[in-house]
Structure formats: C-alpha cells, structure tokens
Design a protein around this ligand. Sequence first.
Ligand code: ZN
Ligand code: ZN
Length: 436
Amino acid sequence: MDSLTQSLQKLMPQLTTWRRDFHQYAESGWVEFRTAAKVAEILDNLGYALAMGRDVVDADSRMGLPDADTLAAEFARARQQGAPEKWLSAFEGGFTGLVATLNTGRPGPTLAFRVDMDALDLSEALDDSHRPFRDGFASCNPGMMHACGHDGHTTIGLGLAHLLKQNESRLNGTLKLIFQPAEEGTRGARAMVAAGALDGVDYFTAIHIGTGVPTGTVICGSDNFMATTKFDVRFTGVAAHAGGKPEDGRNALLAAAQAALALHSIAPHSEGASRVNVGVMQAGSGRNVVPASALLKVETRGESEAINQYVFERAQAVIDGAAALYGVKAEMRLMGAATSSAPSPAWVDYLREQASQVPGVRQAIDKVKAPAGSEDATLMMARVQQNGGMASYMVFGTDLSAGHHNEKFDFDEQVMAVAIETLARTALNFPWTRGV
Ligand SMILES: [Zn+2]
Ligand SMILES: [Zn+2]
C-alpha cells in the first residue's frame, strides 16, 4: 500500500468525526457560521494562510441572502453551538466563505480545489431507519439538513488540506482550497468570483459526491450542468373593495397568474434544452379585497448560457407584459445564477489518469449523458478559463440511502477517502515544470 493510502486510513476516524459534526450542526446557505469558523480553525492549525469573509465574498454579489434578523439570529445560534470565537467574527453578516492558501515558495502554477459547505432548508428524518439519527448525528438545527453531501465536501477539503501539508516538500507553486457558501440555489459562487477569489488560478477542480453515480465510478469532466437564472417577481397593484369599487383596484394576483401561465409557454430553442419553472405563487390578502400584491419564485435554465439567456429575456418580456395588462408594477430580484460547464479537455485527461490509480476506483470516465441540475461552481470554472486557466468538475460515485434533497439522504463515508486521495494525487503528481 502506498503512503498516501496509509495516511488516509489513519485519518479516516478524524474525517468521520468532522463529517458527522458538520452533519449534526447543519447550516443553510449564508449562515454557515459555525462550519466556516471550524474550518478556519482547523486550517489555521495546519498552517494555511487564510482569507475569509469580506475579503473573499463580495457583499453586493451575494444572492438569495436571508434577511438581517435571520442572519443575526443564526450568528447567535452558531456562537451558542460552539463556533470558535477567534474565527467567528470574520463571517458575521453572511460572509461565510474562505480561501486557504499553501504557498510553497517554489515556482509553479496555482492549483485550486473548491468545496461547498451549505445544508438545505429541509428538516431531517428523525427515525431509526435513518443512520444519522440512529447513530446520534442527525441535524440539531430544525429546517436545516445536509441532504446533498456538502458536509462530506467540507470534510474532503479538510482531509485534502491535511495530506497536502503533510507532503508539502513534494509540491511546488501554490495550492488553494476554496470553501464556498450557499451553493444550493446557486447563490454563493458569484460573490466569490466577484471578490477575485479565483484570480490567478491556473488549474481549477470542483467536486461533488453521489448524484446517482455508483460507488467506484469517478466522473472527471462533468459537462451536463445547465445555465440557470433564479429570480423573484413582486407584483404591486392597488387594493380596493371587490364589490363596491372593483374598478379602482389593480389586480396583482391576476397579473401573477397570467405571467405564470405565459412563462410556462415560452417557446423552446432549436439549439438545445431549456426549462422554466414557476415554483411558488403567493398573492392576495382577503376574500373581498382586490389583491394588491403577488409574489412569484421563478427559474429558467438552458443547455448553454445563450439558451438560458434567451429564455430569461423572454421571461422578462412576459412579466412586463402581464404587469402592463393589469396596470400593476413588477419588480424582479435576482436570487441565483450559474452557467453551463465546459471542462478543459487536457485537464480532464490528467484528472482521469490520477483517479484511475486510486484504490476503490473501478472506472474513471469523462462524463455521463444524463441531464444534471445546475451548479454554480460553473461560474468559477468560467472565470478561470477566461483568464487562460483550465478547469473541470468531478463527481465521486457513492451509494446513497435516499436521493439528494430527501430527508433520509446519507452516503457511504468511504467516498471521502477516494475523493481526497484523487485530489491529493492531482497535486502531488502534477508536472510542475511543464504543466498539463
Ligand atoms: Zn443539492
Ligand atoms: Zn450539492
């Protein structure tokens, strides 16, 4: 057995402890205060240079941020749940991202790895058929659950940090570990890109576990993410007596209803798949009142950035048209965004070579045909590629107890070792003098 695999086996109890701690104290997007502070503490102890909070998260580029009261309450909750005080304040106000850097002092490119830290707005199943509950690490935060495996991703980032530091003498150039907030709803990556966290990165790799990929299979260049735009629309009309003076009213409910139907009838595009979903509609205040307010929560998607842009522009026209029809005002607020992914072929080839050497990996392949959802690491990939670097997105297969975003989601923790070893090899075997 080679030494990397041995070190990982020694590290496995620690990895399990970290993962189960993050799972138990699950925190949704932008309120990962305890998680981020713990991550900072561990990385600082390992000797990494840290950039945190506002230095790596641009305030105005954050999307789908909870309101100020919620942020404050969750911050207090994190403190009460044992977030290390020394690091906590850097993240206050919803700036829960960090970048850990290992600068070897030797020449060479910058390799970056990105993991996400957020849980979902979902209450975990609390019954004995669900291992996290049975083994005492189910989420203690109601309405927040790690049902997508990001607790595993955070742990993979920490395990990788450990191995890279342990083997620092074999590395050159600069290594960066990016811990991203608020991936769910594709809300967080844009703010880290805007803060410049990806600038100077030459080789970038983002990861996910599970997603229907079987144990032993590693996808090295996922290219099937859809570009997406997520937005809320607030319609504001005029309330009036529905019996006595209906002509004085301006009906926001009807505008929203009209818009919802028309949004779902936007024509598809000849160049590829597209999607529209109106997921929430709320309107009105009372039976005998002309409804003066309505809210829609909408998302568009496209196989390419251009197709999503086409659908989004049509959606804007539909919403403006519906508002004009009923004489109401429509305000749109951006809540999330991601683009499509185009992994760099040479980097995918290199990742595949590394993954195929890892014990437990039966097949390392480029991609699968199945449609995926959306993922905002694509924005980071695009930034690195625009700057002349290479980027890819990997998926590490694992058995799941239930599908992603289900209240009984759980995964085989062994996948963390497979992912860590693959990423560690990627850095340790990197041809520093010539690049890939
Ligand atoms: Zn998810
Ligand atoms: Zn996920």
